[in-house]
Each structure stands twice: as C-alpha cells, then as structure tokens.
Design a protein around this ligand. Structure first.
Ligand code: ADP
Ligand code: MG
Length: 702
C-alpha cells in the first residue's frame, strides 16, 4: 500500500500543534481555513496593506496608511460622564502633531503602550478631523527597536469573527515555516516558458505580496499554484479511470428484440440526439472494457427513455439492470413511467427504497437475487449491502449531481466491472465537466423533443403580488396547473417551511382550499407522494390546481399539464437552480409562463441572473453564464452540483490552465503510467499534497 511521503507529514499536523495556538484559536482557524497546517498554507491573502510609507508627521497625507515615529506628548481621557467620547493621546515630531483616538479605551493599557515622554512607532490610516491630523485606533504601536517588524507589506487574509489578523498571520507564518523542500513535479520546459517559480517560492510569494501583482489570479505565482491543483485533479481522475477500465467489463450485445418492442410502445419517435446517444452507448456496451459514460441532458430532453433502452440491452443479454435516483419521489415517478413500457415487452421491473420494509422488502430482494426481477428501480437503497443481484450488468444513476463525485467513484469501485451510465440534468460548462467527469466519456442530449413551446419568462416586482395572484386565478379557471415555488430562507428549514405554509394559507383563502396543495422537505414520503399525485392526477378533475412547493420539486418531477410557474423571491436562487425549476413547465402541448417574482432593489449580479433567465432557455448557455457570474472564487451552489471545490484555482479565470492540465496528464500517463520515473515520484507527492490518496491507491505498488 502506498504511503504519504514523510516530508509531507508535518503539513498534515493539526493547527493546535503550533506554539501559541490553543483550542479556542484552533476552532476559529478551522472555521476560516481548516484544522491542519496544510489548510493554513492554502489560505491565501486577498489583499495587502503597505506600511512602508514613513513620512514626517507634518507631511503625512490624510487617507493614507502611514508608519510614523512620534513622541508621546499627552494623554487626555474622556470626561467620566461621557463614555462615548474617545480617549485621546497627543503625539508629534518636529514637523507637527497628530492625535490618536481610542473609543472604549482602557486607560491602564494605553498608559502602558504609549507612555508619555517616550518615542513610539505607530501605523494606521491618517485622517483629518476638525482641521487636525488624527489616527483612530492605530493598527500597530511598537517601540523603535520593533519598527522593522511592522514597517512592511502586510497580507490581508479572509477572516472570521473573533479571529484577529495578527493571530491569523502568525499562525500562517508558523505553518509556512514547516514547508518541506519538494521535488519539482512540473515539466521543466513548461516552467521555463511560463516563468513559473518553484512551488515553495510561489507559495511564499503568495503569502507575502509586495505589490498587488502577487494577488492577481493571473500572475505567474497564482497560475503556478492553481495549475498544481488542477493537475492533481486531472491526474487523479485519470488514474481512477485507468483503474476502472482495467476492471474487466463484459461485452454486452443484445439482440434488439426487447428494445424494438419498447420503442414500438412509445407514443413518440426518438429524437436525433437520443438515437445518437444510444449508438454511443451500444458501442460502449459491446466493448469488452467497461462503460463509464456521462449523459448530460437538459431537463425534459428525454433521458429516461435512453436509460430504459440501455437497460433493456442488459436484459436481452440475459442479465439485470438497476436505475438509481436520489429521491423517493423521483424513483416512484420513474417506476410509473417504466412499468407500462416494461409490461409491453414482457420485462419484470421492481422497486426498492428505504421505505420498503419487512416482508415486502424480502420479496423484492429474493426476486433480485434469483434473477426473476430484470430491472430494479429505486433510491440509493439499491446499493446497500444486503442487495444481491443475480447478474447485474448495467447500473444507471439518474440526476447524478445530487450524489457527488465521491459517491459516484465509490459506486464505480464497489460494483466491479458493471457498465455505468450516469445522467445529469445540470448542464455543466465544458471546463467544469472536465474537473468532475474527466474520468468519463460524455454524451450530450442537446436537442429537445419536438413540439415544445418556449416558456414565456417575465420578471415581476413582488409589489405586484396581488395582480400575480389574480393572474393565477384566471389561469386555473382556464384549466392550467400552477407551481408556486417558495424560496430558501437563510438555510433554515424551519423558516422555509413557515414561509411556504403562510403562502399556502394565503392562496387557499383566495383560490379555495381544495385548489391548493403543498409539498415540502419536511413531509414524510407518503404524504409527499400523495400531494404530488393529487396535483399530477388526471383522474380527478377537481384535484388541486396549484402546488405550493419548496425546492423539493426541483428534480425530475413530470406534470405535463403544469404550464405556469411562479417563483417567489427569484433573486435568492442560483441560476442553475432557477433553470432546473423552470424545466418543470413547458413540457406539454400548451404554451407556458414563468413569473420570476423579485424583491427590489436587485444587486447587479441578481439582475444579470434574472435577465439571463428571461433571455434564454438553453441550459448550456445558462451554465456558462452562471460560471461567469459566480467567478471570483465564489463557490455558491457547487456543493449542490456535486462539483469539486478548488482552493487555489478559480475556473472562471483559470479555464485555460485546466485544459493544459488535461493535456499534460495525458502525456504523463502515456510515458509513465505507473508514475515510476523521477517526475512520476514527484507527481505522487503532488497528489498527496492535494489529498488524492484514493487515486494513488489505484497505482500498482511501487
Ligand atoms: P429528462 O431528461 O428531464 O429526464 P424525461 O425523460 O422525463 O426528461 O422526458 C421528458 C418528457 O419528454 C417525458 O414526458 C417524455 O415522455 C417525453 N419525451 C422523451 N423523449 C421524447 C421524444 N423523442 N419525443 C417526444 N417526447 C419525448
Ligand atoms: Mg429525468
């Protein structure tokens, strides 16, 4: 088994092993950066204060950070009655005077640090108040002998409440002292061409910016650090891929019988994109290596039928297939879609989720292990230990973004040799696809089924709520079904729920109780399904016409009769999320409308987001726009999307570096597949540095 090189071990020590860091500070450091030294090392400054400017007092310009050498002349405490006035200390040199002001000051402390009659070096922003120079709460007060320690460029780090800049700088500096000398893992020619410094120098410079240049994401320093991270990402994915492919797959060649029957039973013909994708999949299946394919297709692009036809190949070849989806609700819906089609071609299909218990569960498990069940649909319960397949050939994972990269990789390793198709409705920009799915082949369903009408999307000020409700009333009178989406409030489920409940009550009063249903994350599975079924159900024309929902309907739900969507506080949602939500409408024959209710005033970014939503329905365009708007290291929403988060790289800026890293990886593995050359050894160090241990385990020992 491979082990982390010992030179890296000090970096993985806990922050409280640094002198002067107790449990309280360690907690704060953990909050802002992480619990280990390596986390502090990756915690780069995003600004600087230049304290090198050191004029005479009489020349100190207002508004500028100055480091001044002054004599302490006099202390004037505020009158005891009025504690809102500051404590003042007058200082000066032979050119002029400056007053230091301290609010809520402790006299003892000030007398100690600024004793009258002595000389001190102070640093802070000089201001003019009442025509006189002053400095409120100097950042530093030291003796002349300590002048050098403060008269320098000070990095500014992202902080958290309770953590002082000084403490953080000290912690980072001590962590940096433990940086080991590492072998160079980058290609010498490349380093020379781009004038990149060695890793250690790059990090040191990044933590000690002399000018704004070291802070710029496009400086050679930041480029090098970002590149290291991206290279580790690409290399890790490539290694996992190599291993996954090495696990022998089986050549699956169906006779097309079942597939033909299913296609005949479909009420439509396949789109060009669907047929093309199926051809790509068939190629993978026929191949003796294992299939690892990502199917990207916007909401409504028709992924389900592709999944079914893929799974039927497994059945034709005498084996089984499984379809895993992230929620109970979706799993049920898939089952409902697939059951009649399976019946039409005589294939047995079963359902499994955490909610199926006792005898019913045993029966399902028996049929799966005996092979009586050919297709199993369900939640992640499908891949629990006690679920044994007779002969599982194909696993399909739907709405992959809900599971995350790690879960997927785990799954890929657990199910040795099973062909995998993962499907995602989150259109991902090309650059991001590489970071999360560099290990997979990609198909794109970039063509919607015919006959879809564009959704008419409008921005509406929340002040027009009353008119909006009247419009909803008119719409349901003319037979429409309406989604009313309530926003996330401050990450708190309870207040989300309260907001949704309020809206539900309000709409029920106006539209009639029977007309309004509600579904939210707190509902138990059966209640949720009942609400959804009532809303979707065509059997009861008197069922609810409006479904008030929190974002639980985000994923996959299909009610073609729903033609109106109201999104309340649309400005609080991310672009990707809005796009997902809107995808619930515009699925049927009727024209659809989406109203984005916003609370004014909008920030520039929120405005740009909502305008994008109004102007396009193309998920891939929206995804690129989303990446641009998020930029600047803001990682909002990445967690939900299952994409990896980077600490040094910012893909809004470093997209080109990612492409370079991908190409570099290809070359590296062609020349040195087991990472055994000197550079290979150095690259292992890189992988450990970025905690890609799992990828290293895939290498044969050596
Ligand atoms: P998603 O990609 O979001 O999972 P679905 O598979 O749920 O999309 O398909 C959305 C709707 O489009 C379904 O009602 C499905 O029956 C329909 N559909 C799928 N393929 C076609 C097609 N080729 N022509 C017409 N309708 C289609
Ligand atoms: Mg779907």
């Amino acid at each position: 088994m491979a082990l982390r090189p010992t030179i890296l071990n000090p970096l993985f020590a806990a922050v409280d092993t640094l002198t002067g860091i107790g449990p309280r500070i360690a907690k704060l450091l953990e909050k802002v950066a992480g619990s280990r030294l390596i986390d502090l090392i990756w915690h780069l400054p995003n600004g600087l204060i230049d304290r090198r400017f050191s004029p005479k007092v009489g020349d100190a310009p207002p508004g500028r950070i100055c480091t001044l050498t002054v004599d302490v002349l006099a202390h004037s405490p505020p009158p005891t009655r009025n504690s809102r006035l500051p404590y003042k200390v007058t200082c000066g040199d032979d050119t002029g005077r400056i007053t230091l002001t301290f609010f809520h000051a402790q006299a003892d402390y000030l007398n100690q640090t600024l004793p009258s009659g002595e000389t001190r070096v102070i640093s802070g922003k000089v201001e003019v108040y009442d025509g006189k120079r002053q400095m409120a709460h100097p950042d530093h007060v030291v003796t002349e002998s300590q002048k050098e320690a403060i008269q320098r460029v000070e990095p500014i780090y992202p902080l958290t409440a309770g953590l002082s800049p000084k403490t953080l700088v000290k912690a980072v500096d001590s962590a940096m002292e433990r940086l080991p000398d590492v072998p160079e893992w980058l290609d010498a020619a490349q380093i020379k061409r781009d004038q990149w410094p060695p890793w250690k120098d790059a990090l040191t410079a990044a933590h000690h910016p002399e000018t704004g240049f070291e802070l710029d994401a496009t400086s050679p320093i930041r480029h090098r650090l970002a590149y290291d991270e991206l290279l580790s990402n690409q290399l890790a994915l490539a290694l996992v891929r190599v291993k996954a492919r090495r696990l022998a797959g089986r050549s699956i060649q169906g006779d097309g019988q079942l597939r033909r029957k299913a296609i005949e039973a479909l009420p439509f013909t396949l789109t060009g994109a669907q047929s093309r994708t199926l051809a790509e999949i068939d190629q993978d299946l026929a191949d003796a290596t294992r299939m690892l394919r990502l199917l990207q297709g916007d909401v409504g692009s028709g992924k389900t039928v592709v999944a079914l036809l893929t799974m039927l190949s497994a059945v034709e070849a005498g084996g089984q297939a499984a379809l895993m989806v992230p929620t109970e609700l979706l799993a049920q819906q898939h089952l409902a879609t697939l059951e009649p089609l399976c019946a039409a071609c005589g294939v047995s299909i079963a359902f499994l989720s955490g909610r199926i218990k006792g005898k019913a569960r045993e029966a399902v498990l028996d049929n799966v292990s005996s092979g009586k069940t050919s297709i199993l649909v369900g939640t992640h319960a499908l891949f629990q230990k006690d679920v044994e397949f007779h002969d599982l050939l194909i696993a399909v994972v739907d709405e992959q973004h809900r599971f995350g990269v790690h879960q997927r990789l785990e799954l890929a390793q657990k199910r040795r040799g099973v062909d995998m198709l993962v499907m995602t409705a989150t259109p991902i920009p090309r650059t991001l696809t590489l970071t999360a799915y560099g290990d997979m082949d990609v198909s794109r369903l970039d063509e919607k089924p015919p006959g879809r009408k564009p959704v008419d999307t409008r921005l509406v000020n929340l002040e027009r709520l009353v008119e909006t409700i009247s419009a909803v009333q008119r719409a349901i009178k003319s037979g429409a079904k309406v989604y009313w989406i309530c926003p996330l409030v401050e990450e708190s489920e309870t207040s989300d729920l309260a907001a949704a409940e309020d809206r539900h009550r309000h709409l029920s009063q106006i539209l009639g109780e029977d007309n309004v249903a509600m579904v939210h994350g707190r509902l138990k599975g059966p209640e949720k399904d009942a609400a959804m079924a009532a809303f979707a159900g065509n059997d009861n024309p008197n069922g609810p016409k409006v479904l008030v929902a929190t974002t639980v309907i985000e994923v996959g739900v299909d009610v073609p009769e729903a033609t109106v969507m109201i999104i309340e506080h649309a400005e609080r949602f991310g672009l990707a999320q809005l796009h997902q939500l809107r995808g619930r409408i515009g699925r049927g024959e009727q024209a659809s409308t989406c109203l984005l209710l916003y609370h004014a005033p909008l920030t520039e970014t929120a405005k740009a987001r909502l305008n994008t939503m109004r102007d396009t329905e193309d998920g891939f365009v929206i995804a690129e726009e989303d990446l641009k708007l998020r930029g600047g290291g803001e990682v909002l929403g990445t967690r939900q999307s299952g994409l990896p988060e980077f600490r040094l790289a910012d893909l809004a800026v470093h997209g080109d570096l990612l492409i370079m890293a991908r190409d570099d990886t290809k070359l590296i593995l062609e020349r040195d597949p087991d990472l055994k050359t000197d550079r290979g050894e150095a690259l292992r160090t890189l992988l450990y540095l970025f905690e890609q241990d799992a990828a290293i385990q895939t290498l044969r020992s050596g």
